[in-house]
Design a protein around this ligand. Structure first.
Ligand SMILES: Cc1cc2nc3c(=O)[nH]c(=O)nc-3n(C[C@H](O)[C@H](O)[C@H](O)COP(=O)(O)OP(=O)(O)OC[C@H]3O[C@@H](n4cnc5c(N)ncnc54)[C@H](O)[C@@H]3O)c2cc1C
Length: 214
């Protein structure tokens, strides 16, 4: 889908400096959690585009993105100020590293990477599959959805910046009773740490689906 005007259906605070935004899906739009869309804004007369990853398990009438707001960022504060009825310019979906019905999804997430993590885990459980989420963040978000996933039997481990990512990754892989598919979502420093943790745990880093936020 090329640049298309889409209305904002809802904006929810999901934790410190973070919002989840429901966007009305155009008729032809289809995407899986882990794929991403491009949003384009006009800032000081210039077009500014940023990517945001689908964080809802489905994309029926609406799809959700989860945004970590950098108050000094160019686009983040614009997204934080959105209200229902506002219009966004959306293209996509893009990306090949998304959930495709694998029997056991192990998702390693840093910062706003928890968006696709909860979307993938929810989709996996809805399809009768299994999921594990390891989430590292000093200011965790999406607490309600992570609690609900744990209540439904998913492995969920939350870590602060000093948490032991290697041990949590090894535990998540050990929880998998089927051959796990690894997913990694977050900014570059987290992706590096998560890839190292997978290798340390003897997991399949080469086969991991990885989306680097920049
Ligand atoms: C494929 C892809 C998918 C993405 N998906 C998401 C998503 O689902 N949710 C989301 O919030 N962002 C996501 N991003 C990042 C997003 O596109 C923007 O880069 C981010 O929101 C900052 O934009 P900005 O205009 O506010 O900041 P800018 O004016 O661009 O500058 C802020 C700078 O800080 C960096 N930055 C911002 N926050 C952090 C952080 N927590 N840790 C490390 N560096 C940081 C940015 O990369 C940038 O270099 C994704 C990026 C890519 C490439």
């Amino acid at each position: 889908m090329d640049d298309t005007p889409c209305r904002v259906a809802a904006v929810r605070d999901v934790g410190p400096d973070a919002v989840a935004i429901d966007v009305e899906s155009p008729a032809e739009f289809d995407a899986a959690p882990g794929q991403f869309v491009k949003l384009t804004f006009e800032v000081d007369g210039e077009a500014e585009s940023r990517f945001y990853t689908v964080s809802s398990p489905e994309v029926g009438d609406t799809f959700e993105i989860t945004v970590g707001i950098d108050p000094e960022g160019t686009v983040g504060p614009i997204l934080a100020d959105l209200a229902p009825g506002d219009e966004l310019t959306v293209s996509g979906p893009f990306g090949s590293d998304y959930y495709e019905g694998e029997p056991f999804a192990v998702v390693l997430a840093g910062g706003p990477g928890v968006g696709p993590a909860v979307g993938i885990a929810e989709r996996a459980l809805e399809e009768g599959n299994e999921a594990a989420v390891v989430y590292r963040d000093d200011d965790p978000i999406h607490g309600d959805r992570l609690d609900a996933l744990a209540d439904r039997g998913a492995f969920v481990r939350r870590l602060d910046a000093d948490g032991d990512l290697d041990a949590a990754t090894a535990d998540a892989l050990a929880a998998a009773d089927a051959d796990p598919q690894l997913f990694v979502y977050g900014f570059a420093d987290f992706v590096d740490a998560a890839t190292a943790a997978v290798e340390a745990a003897g997991g399949d880093a080469e086969g991991a689906k990885i989306e680097n936020f920049g």
